[in-house]
Unconditional design. Structure first.
Length: 440
């Protein structure tokens, strides 16, 4: 008989960053699913776990529609026994039948949660949950060292998979594919790299201060770490209701309040951005219809502007009621990779992008988060993110290309998206990109 996890509410609030620094220094496989600096709503989780095979996670049966008599109960989140990790883009492309690069360096990785500290930001309550003795872990939190100052990295210039001129030429090739009728939207991406070992904990602390987001996260499994300030919630399954929140459309923020408001309104009204967004909404409606009950897929919101420290984003929400006995693998087969990171039609878009980009995306454009044994999940897009490996780190960035795209604007958008994560590494964009997007 399995012993249920124990839990111990802490007598006083603890700083999530201090707990994260303490546990991540002590344990190899660690995570922080982060509601952001100064969060006053939602929850964050700092935890540890043991690596497991990703195919075991894919066999998890998702909770059916909320209308069903579902006896599987439990609080949402990565409690002990749940899984935290990521699925990479290239494996998703192969699953969808698109060409992919066999050695992508971004394989799916998951850990099963052994212990976690749950932070309820609205109630200012922190609770330790553990598969073993939660009391011992709770007592250990009192002895964690102070988090200390964040060390600053040595400034470097990142290398780029494509220079800005080449990327601009690829944009024109995307437009030619659209003109020929092979696709009507493509998410063209590139990669920036920084060589050498990286202090992942310090880099994440810098990232969350510079590019905070509601779906930020640090996940380290063995020798690879994902540091994310993702603003895009890819999939949320809650008591049988599945939602996706595609982002298409970006504007930089301004320190001038009047200019900033004008930028947000320009994004909301821009014909190209709205067309790009609605194309992906239609694609996601089709994807969800493959695993949802007939007639339940709806667009819950369309063309909302969400504002973050560095950018405004145009966001929509598509939702539906899951059919019974849908496994995580079925969900991935229907929806992943996300339409916001491929284009439409999806298979044609991925095939074209494979040729144009000419190299794997790896973990970038994949998804990460948690999946519970009860069949709920919360997965975010791997964007505005850093992937750290033993001897280097990389940042992916890109944008949606339509017939109305202008190469200069698209190049500037890539710089806007890449600068924050690169800054957390102490890196700047290469000269060709800086020159092509001055002030972006």
């Amino acid at each position: 008989m399995t012993t249920p996890p124990s839990n111990v509410p802490l007598a006083a609030w603890r700083d999530p960053e201090q707990v994260f620094c303490g546990w991540a220094h002590r344990y190899e496989n660690a995570f922080w699913l982060d509601a952001g600096p100064g969060a006053t709503t939602g929850k964050s989780w700092v935890g540890i776990g043991e690596p497991v095979a990703s195919d075991a996670v894919e066999r998890v049966v998702l909770r059916g529609s909320a209308a069903e008599d579902d006896s599987r109960s439990g609080e949402r989140g990565p409690r002990p026994g749940a899984w935290v990790g990521w699925f990479d883009y290239d494996a998703g492309a192969r699953r969808a039948g698109a060409p992919s690069f066999p050695d992508s360096g971004g394989d799916a990785r998951w850990m099963q949660v052994r212990a976690v500290v749950e932070f309820d930001h609205a109630a200012s309550i922190a609770t330790v949950f553990a598969a073993g003795d939660a009391g011992e872990l709770a007592a250990g939190l009192l002895d964690l060292p102070r988090r200390g100052e964040i060390p600053q990295p040595t400034p470097v210039v990142a290398s780029a998979r494509h220079d800005a001129t080449t990327y601009a030429a690829l944009i024109e090739e995307c437009r030619e594919q659209i003109r020929q009728g092979n696709t009507y939207q493509l998410c063209l991406t590139t990669r920036f790299e920084v060589q050498g070992a990286v202090d992942a904990l310090a880099a994440y602390r810098r990232l969350r201060r510079g590019v905070s987001a509601h779906h930020g996260g640090f996940v380290r499994i063995a020798d690879r770490a994902l540091l994310s300030a993702s603003p895009e919630q890819f999939l949320e399954a809650d008591h049988g209701r599945i939602r996706t929140h595609p982002i298409k459309g970006t504007r930089p923020r301004s320190v001038d309040a009047e200019v900033d408001a004008e930028l947000a309104e320009d994004l909301r009204a821009d014909v190209k951005e709205r067309a790009e967004n609605v194309m992906i909404v239609d694609l996601m409606r089709n994807d969800l219809s493959r695993i949802c009950q007939t007639g339940t897929v709806t667009v819950e919101r369309l063309f909302d502007v969400e504002s973050y420290p560095a950018v405004h984003q145009l966001v929509s929400t598509v939702a539906g009621d899951l059919r019974p006995n849908i496994q995580v693998g079925d969900l991935l087969g229907a929806t992943f990779p996300a339409g916001s990171m491929t284009g439409a039609p999806k298979l044609s878009a991925m095939s074209i992008l494979h040729r144009l980009e000419g190299a794997p995306r790896g973990l970038f454009a994949g998804c990460f988060g948690w999946i519970s044994p009860q069949g709920d999940l919360d997965l975010a897009m791997v964007i505005r993110s850093i992937v750290i490996e033993q001897d280097h780190a990389y940042v992916g960035a890109g944008g949606g290309i339509t017939w109305l795209s202008q190469a200069s604007s698209e190049v500037a958008e890539v710089v806007v998206k890449a600068r924050g994560p690169l800054a957390a590494l102490g890196a700047s964009v290469p000269p060709s990109w800086a020159t092509a997007a001055p002030g972006a």
